[in-house]
Design a protein around this ligand. Structure first.
Ligand SMILES: *[C@@H]1O[C@H](CO)[C@@H](O)[C@H](O)[C@H]1NC(C)=O
Length: 212
């Protein structure tokens, strides 16, 4: 069986609706080196190495067997992404990627980019419960998850203490793929090289959230 789309679920820390009532602390899936995460090198516009994944992740109908976690707020398939100013959606050339927050992160100035794939039963149960809650008509039991977390990351050219914390959780039942995007704290939108103000991290060409 094949699926032709991935589903996207956005959960924002400050949003309070009947469906989404998460505090900042419980919003994010557990992350960090004590969870077994790897982290990206401290490098402007850096990326992870190609990360082989143990279950194919079907994205727009195509199964992928590896991915990249890119500092600038993008999880990509097939090719790493070092571009720091986001292009408008949809992208020409059809780069397959999901952008939890495509903007000019600079992890030398602050923060870390963590990632791991997992089949930990507690994580899989949480994925299953989240997807079942928001997509009750789609039978789903997670068999695999990938958690990428941008933890307190600063922006290029920063002259402030502003940092963003956000996360992408990719999960699949071996057939259907889902992506959850969790936003714990967003304080800046734009690096200096994208026309942003060094002191506020705002203005210019702001970060974008999308799947392509
Ligand atoms: C991205 O991929 C290219 C081509 O494989 C490679 O030359 C480059 O070093 C990679 N970038 C980073 C930051 O790892």
């Amino acid at each position: 069986m094949e699926t032709f789309c991935a589903f996207l679920l956005l959960v924002v820390g400050s949003a309070v609706t009947s469906a989404v009532q998460n505090s900042k602390d419980s919003l994010l899936y557990p992350y960090g080196t004590d969870q077994g995460d790897r982290k990206n090198p401290k490098l402007d516009d850096g990326t992870s190495p190609e990360i082989p994944i143990s279950e194919p992740f079907t994205f727009y109908g195509k199964p992928y067997y590896s991915l990249y976690v890119n500092n600038n707020g993008v999880v990509s398939f097939g090719v790493n992404v070092s571009q720091y100013t986001p292009d408008p959606f949809p992208l020409e050339g059809g780069w397959p990627f999901v952008a939890p927050y495509w903007g000019d992160v600079d992890n030398r100035m602050g923060g870390d980019v963590f990632w791991r794939q997992t089949q930990d039963p507690a994580i899989l149960s949480r994925c299953t419960a989240d997807i079942n809650q928001y997509f009750p008509k789609i039978p789903f039991q997670a068999i695999w998850a990938f958690i990428a977390t941008w933890d307190h990351v600063a922006y290029f050219g920063s002259a402030s203490k502003k940092v963003n914390t956000f996360q992408a959780v990719l999960t699949t039942n071996g057939n259907i793929a889902f992506i959850l995007l969790n936003y714990a704290d967003i304080q800046w939108t734009t690096g200096r090289a994208s026309g942003g103000d060094a002191k506020t991290g705002l203005g210019g060409t702001p970060a974008q959230v999308f799947m392509n």
